[in-house]
Write a protein that binds this ligand. Structure first.
Ligand code: PGA
Length: 247
């Protein structure tokens, strides 16, 4: 399976900067041998989707509401994302779980809403520093998978240790490999053979300098990139480090 390199722009980008970034990525995105995705803030999805139309780069949102429509001030539905040109959506990012009180049950409902609207979800899981210090990383991620994914699940998982996000500290290779092996085993246990088809991305301070090592690890199906996705050259360098589909 081809690896996926996804950029999470978080709360960065107004028209000039987001358009320039999208053009920079588009112009270097040919024949990279991996799937490319950018997830701009809501207000930039439509203009970025227009710039990337017909290119090798897909567009996604960073969250959506679980309801189809209604009295939810400030929220955005999955259908609105789709209508703006998105085909993917990141759900359950740790910044949503921590800063907006999102539970795995809420994430699960959002996944169902996203799929119903024709979006492919990227569901984020990952332990905090305290949970890893107490040896509870596998238990935490196992519960997040069990709670956040509906059956059947047609989407992607991103393993993002919370302590590695935006900190410059990446998870050590053997720890990434161990967690991805654990997630694969959990997916097979919970979903049967279909669990073998789910791509598992790694996220947390992925940069051009460490991407090749992380992407070469077994069961790593790509990367979810935050900070380094805001620079077209860095994002494309990470994409060039993707492992070949037939490895
Ligand atoms: P980072 O963010 O690459 O800046 O650590 C990753 C993410 O939050 O998806």
């Amino acid at each position: 399976m081809r690896q996926m390199i996804a950029g999470n722009w978080k709360m960065h980008g107004v028209t000039a900067s987001a358009s320039a970034l999208a053009r920079g990525i588009r112009d270097g995105a040919q024949d990279l041998g991996c799937d490319l995705l950018v997830c701009p803030p809501f207000t930039q999805i439509a203009p970025v989707a227009q710039i990337l139309a017909g290119s090798a780069v897909a567009v996604g949102g960073q969250d959506c509401h679980m309801a189809e429509q209604g009295a939810h001030t400030g929220d955005i539905s999955a259908a609105m994302l789709r209508n703006s040109g998105a085909s993917w959506v990141i759900l359950g990012h740790s910044e949503r779980r921590q800063n907006h009180g999102e539970t795995s049950e809420m994430v699960r409902e959002k996944v169902l809403a996203a799929v119903k609207a024709g979006l492919t979800p990227i569901v984020c899981v990952g332990e905090t520093e305290e949970q890893r210090a107490e040896g509870q990383e596998a238990e935490t991620v196992g519960w997040q998978i069990a709670g956040s994914l509906p059956k059947p699940f047609t989407g992607v998982i991103a393993y993002e240790p919370v302590w590695a996000i935006g900190t410059g500290r990446t998870c050590a290779g053997p720890d990434v490999a161990a967690m991805h092996a654990f997630i694969r085993a959990e997916l097979l246990r919970q979903f049967g053979p279909a669990g073998g088809q789910v791509r598992i991305l790694y996220g947390g301070s992925v940069k051009p300098g460490n991407a090749a090592g992380l992407l070469a690890l077994p069961e790593v199906g790509g990367a979810l990139v935050g900070g380094a996705s805001l620079d077209a050259a860095d994002f494309l360098a990470i994409a060039r480090a993707a492992a070949p589909a037939d490895r």
